[in-house]
Design a protein around this ligand. Sequence first.
Ligand code: HEC
Ligand code: HEC
Ligand code: HEC
Ligand code: HEC
Length: 133
Amino acid sequence: MNKGLIFSAILACSCAVGLGGTANAADKGPAEMTLQATVDPATTPKPAQFPHGAHQARLECGACHHGKGEDGKRVAYVEGQKIEKCETCHNSKAGMPEKINTFKNAAHALCKDCHAKAKDKPELVKCTTCHKK
Ligand code: HEC
Ligand code: HEC
Ligand code: HEC
Ligand code: HEC
């Protein structure tokens, strides 16, 4: 084995250790996200800004994330579960109740409802809080 090979072997090894460490820690997803419907997009796309990390600092993951059981009912979040995009389940083809039958409706039901409860911060319900322009 020449020196180059030994070096790449060490590099590959430390990389694998690094990756293993990340995979073991809970995947928190990105701290800043721009949300945009792809299955049921509006004629004029209206992306929404979402400071995921700032919300994680205040809320349990299960305040927003959940799963779906074989009976089609909502299953409460359990730590380490697979986190799917909202639109995987909340889209116009999935036969959900109207209030949550698209990404827009499900997101408004979750995001806007909670923002409306923060009576000391009335600006939170404004469209421009999430839709910057
Ligand atoms: C608390 C955050 C929040 C507020 C406030 C909010 N929205 Fe949204 N809205 C979202 C999210 C998240 C989505 C889903 C992602 C997307 O499709 O843009 C969405 C989707 C939409 C869509 C579909 C856009 C698309 O590209 O598919 C429209 C239209 C929309 N909102 C209009 C409004 C209007 C009008 C208001 C104010 C009356 C408003 N929203 C207030 C978060 C918000
Ligand atoms: C205030 C609501 C909220 C809270 C609290 C929250 N999330 Fe999220 N998270 C979201 C939304 C919305 C998305 C974007 C889903 C989509 O793109 O359809 C998301 C996406 C993710 C993703 C996937 C990223 C991707 O692009 O595939 C992971 C992983 C994730 N969250 C982990 C967590 C964990 C772990 C916690 C708790 C520490 C948490 N989230 C707390 C709302 C939340
Ligand atoms: C694996 C499928 C699945 C994913 C992914 C999913 N949901 Fe749901 N969600 C459901 C089911 C099933 C229900 C219950 C529907 C019913 O009552 O008929 C539900 C209910 C809801 C409700 C109604 C109130 C409640 O809590 O029961 C809201 C709001 C909601 N989801 C928003 C979201 C948002 C926002 C995301 C992404 C962060 C998301 N969901 C991701 C399956 C899913
Ligand atoms: C359970 C409650 C709750 C949910 C659910 C929630 N938020 Fe928030 N959000 C808050 C609160 C409270 C603040 C204000 C924090 C502060 O000012 O200290 C906030 C702040 C924000 C801000 C920053 C406003 C600013 O300019 O400072 C944005 C953008 C935002 N939320 C978008 C969203 C989106 C998009 C969703 C849904 C994917 C969402 N939020 C879901 C409670 C919530």
